[in-house]
Design a binder for this molecule. Structure first.
Ligand SMILES: Nc1ncnc2c1ncn2[C@@H]1O[C@H](COP(=O)(O)OP(=O)(O)O)[C@@H](O)[C@H]1O
Ligand SMILES: Nc1ccn([C@H]2C[C@H](O)[C@@H](COP(=O)(O)OP(=O)(O)O)O2)c(=O)n1
Length: 248
């Protein structure tokens, strides 16, 4: 693990299957930064609502329940962890049931306000002793545009719909042990989620104007990680230079 010269705030956004989680975790681990999976927070909120009888087809019921569960996210890139009202949510938030409902829940403004506040508190490092002044890699859909518009580096990952579906169906296959996950159905489900996430009114999935776009279609995961590590190291050195100049 190489040390970064200045604590940096890194925003990594993009649609599903572009490599956000794998890249963000690896970059954070290599550079000694914290890590936050914001999709996991929306998934934990959705899981809690499904478990607590909230009708997730009714935005007013979702809005009324948005401030109820305590959502706690870990920031260790090697073992992030997430809980809702004290119950470990790490595994159930990946279920098909949660995946199918998460776009509707995360489109509700009250949910976004609640979770955005949590994200900003975690990024600021004021929650845990020892976190203050440490950098973080935050991945999601609206980090560069809304949650952390002053991030030191913004990256927007993309990949072709075919590559993204192949990656996701590979994961589903290894999870359920079936020989052939349905690639076409996976691609269709991803397209539907993209559409919902990009067309919602509040804070849609969108590339920030000042984000660096990386098309990962033809890159291996290791190549993407190396590319982002280089970008973070440069952003960190630039920040250290600015801080030094300001201190003179
Ligand atoms: N560049 C890449 N080439 C091949 N597979 C990749 C690449 N990036 C990620 N993957 C794989 O694709 C799957 C989805 O990646 P993930 O990081 O969860 O994407 P996201 O967080 O954007 O949904 C994982 O199984 C991951 O190992
Ligand atoms: N910053 C974010 C992160 C996720 N979301 C919503 C929209 C996404 O479809 C879901 C799930 O996100 P997640 O990153 O877990 O999805 P994938 O792992 O890429 O399939 O949460 C969001 O609205 N804003």
């Amino acid at each position: 693990m190489s040390a970064t010269p200045a604590a940096v705030i890194v925003a990594i956004d993009g649609p599903s299957g572009t490599g956000k989680s794998s890249t963000s975790k690896a970059v954070a681990a290599r550079l000694g930064l914290r890590y936050l999976d914001t999709g996991a927070q929306y998934r934990a909120m959705t899981w809690w609502m499904l478990n607590n009888g909230i009708d997730v087809s009714d935005p007013s019921e979702i809005a009324a329940a948005a401030d109820k569960p305590a959502i706690v996210s870990g920031t260790d890139p090697q073992a992030p962890g997430i809980s809702a009202d004290g119950a470990d949510a790490s595994v159930p938030i990946r279920s098909q049931e949660v995946t199918a409902a998460v776009s509707a829940v995360s489109a509700v403004p009250e949910v976004r306000t609640r979770i955005t506040d949590l994200q900003r508190t975690i990024a600021a490092g004021t929650q845990e002793p020892g976190d203050a002044g440490t950098g973080i890699v935050v991945e999601g859909r609206d980090i560069g545009t809304t949650v952390l518009p002053d991030a030191d580096l913004k990256v927007f990952l993309t990949a072709s719909p075919e590559a993204r579906a192949a990656r996701r169906s590979g994961e589903l296959k290894s999870a359920d042990g079936k020989a052939h996950a349905d690639l076409a159905a996976t691609q269709q489900a991803l397209a539907a989620r993209d559409k919902a996430d990009s067309s919602r009114k509040t804070s849609p999935l969108k590339k920030a104007g000042d984000a660096v776009e990386v098309d990962t279609t033809e890159l291996t995961l290791e190549q993407v990680i190396e590319c982002v590590v280089t970008l973070v190291e440069k952003a960190s050195a630039d920040k250290a230079g600015r801080m030094e100049k300001a201190a003179r």
